[in-house]
Design a protein around this ligand. Structure first.
Ligand code: DUC
Ligand code: ZN
Ligand code: ZN
Length: 473
């Protein structure tokens, strides 16, 4: 009997720490051996000339999320996890959103039903806390953290979602007590409301004014406030989707003080700018997301944050709506004001090719930092390590094989999501994932979907050491 189910032979393996030539023996979905001359296997994959990396973990995606009256998100779990696999990802973490008046358990029941039997890659859920009642804070949330929902997002903006500073402090206190990680959408709600009203009164309603309504100080102020509140409670936080240098500097300063403040940035802040929102007619709606893409200096600042480690995770913030669709970007109200254009852009499949091409191929980051930013740090931050996020004996055989020389021009048809466009159309890419393998099973090979819907599993997560308080308070 062969010793392994699969051997990946002849490739260059990279982890967040090292790059080395080695074969990988896989048995029962796990990495069982690393070495040379591993013997025989049912299947041998020749990886000569290729990079063998941990499968991508995208810790910030939105699938099947209720998005307001008449608006439908373009991806559920089937198309969302399919697209993820085409982009070299083996695990994704979408958000289970609590609506006002809803219990977390009700929200979770509905969200698990959406995911059940639909996934091509593994998934785990963050919670979004929109209604932090005494019952939620005192009973539901602590129990759910013990059940493996070990991270939750809070919003500082959006009608029906924004928490007051008091509520933020209450949620942070529960996180500190239970060992969960709080993710924060940092934009100042009142400042945005003020600016949106003003712009609309002046007749500035085109999609481009979305960016004008939430300029950098809106994000910088909220980032500073979130960090200050977390410092008061002595709780680690993750500031998600950071778009510019001023917000990044707030995080860097906090880190220099020794606070456990983590930062995330996303592809839209590296390769798009607010100019993209200026397209003719409603074309700019394709780029409406929050925070909005900024300018070239902001792009450079975000690269600096990735290069220096201020940002430890790079996620897509995949939040897809179809463009030419009355349930999407071109809904009937969106022409009357940017206020009604659904917020979010697709990117789960484009994330890693963009980071590889713009980062590794162009020499901005090395391969090990690519692995850290694309997989390992996500696993460590969100309680999946070392089961996920690395290539080590005993870890799940979640592997992406990359051809570092393969050239592609990004077009929507390559990405296999449920939207009808990509905001990254036309970007030239060098480096492409040619095989995506989840727990030893190939899901995508050379642009073909060969995985089985439903093979992707739900993952309960551990508490992460990254979420442990400093205990200096
Ligand atoms: N925040 C996100 O994280 N995604 C899309 C929209 C938003 O505001
Ligand atoms: Zn957000
Ligand atoms: Zn998001």
């Amino acid at each position: 009997m062969p010793s392994f189910d699969t051997i990946i032979r002849g490739g260059t393996v990279a982890t967040a720490a090292d790059t080395f030539a080695c074969d990988i023996g896989i048995r029962d979905g796990l990495i069982a051996a690393l070495g040379r001359d591993l013997g025989d296997a049912d299947r041998v994959i020749d990886a000569t000339g290729l990079l063998v990396l941990p499968g991508g973990i995208d810790s910030h995606v939105h699938f099947a999320q209720p998005s307001g009256p008449g608006i439908v998100m373009a991806d559920g779990f089937e198309s969302g996890t399919r697209s993820a696999a085409f982009g070299g990802n083996t695990t994704v973490l979408p958000f289970c959103v609590q609506q006002k008046g809803q219990t977390l358990r009700e929200a979770l029941k509905a969200y698990h039903a959406e995911a059940h039997g639909q996934c091509y890659v593994d998934v785990s859920f963050h919670l979004v806390i929109a209604d932090p009642t005494d019952q939620v804070l005192g009973q539901e949330l602590p129990a759910l953290v013990e059940d493996g929902y070990t991270s939750f997002k809070v919003f500082m903006t959006y009608e029906g979602m924004a928490l007051s500073d008091m509520e933020m402090l209450q949620v942070m206190s529960v996180a500190r007590r239970t060992g969960a990680l709080v993710m924060i959408h940092a934009e100042n709600f009142d400042a945005i409301r003020f600016l949106v009203d003003k712009l609309e009164r002046e007749g500035h309603v085109a999609p481009r004014y979305h960016a004008v309504s939430r300029p950098i100080p809106v994000e910088r102020e909220a980032t500073h406030r979130a960090i200050s509140l977390a410092e008061l409670v002595d709780v680690p936080i993750m500031i998600v989707h950071v778009s510019n240098g001023e917000a990044m500097e707030e995080i860097r300063r906090a880190q220099a003080k020794g606070l456990k403040v983590y930062g995330e940035t996303c592809p839209q802040y590296l390769v798009l700018t607010e100019k993209d929102l200026e397209g003719l007619n409603m074309e700019g709606a394709k780029y409406v997301c929050s925070p909005p893409p900024r300018d070239k200096d902001s792009q450079e600042a975000c690269w600096r944050g990735l290069e220096t480690g201020v940002f430890s995770v790079f996620s897509s913030d995949h939040c897809p709506f179809r463009y030419d669709d009355p349930a999407g970007k071109l809904n009937p109200k969106s022409r009357t004001s940017f206020r009604w254009v659904p917020n979010g852009i697709p990117g789960v499949a484009a994330r890693l090719p963009i980071l590889f091409s713009e980062g590794v191929s162009k020499g901005r980051i090395d391969l090990n930092r690519f692995v850290a930013l694309s997989a390992t740090n996500h696993a460590k931050t969100y309680g999946l390590y070392p089961r996920k996020g690395t290539i080590a004996i005993g870890s799940d055989a979640d592997i992406a094989i990359w051809d570092p020389e393969r050239r592609r021009t990004l077009t929507h048809d390559l990405l296999k999501d449920g939207s009808d466009y990509t905001p990254y159309e036309g970007i030239e890419i060098t480096g492409w994932p040619v095989v995506t393998m989840v727990r030893g099973r190939i899901v995508v090979q050379d642009g073909e979907l060969v995985g089985e819907k439903g093979f992707g599993a739900y993952l309960a997560r551990e508490k992460s050491p990254y979420a442990a308080p400093r205990r200096e308070f």
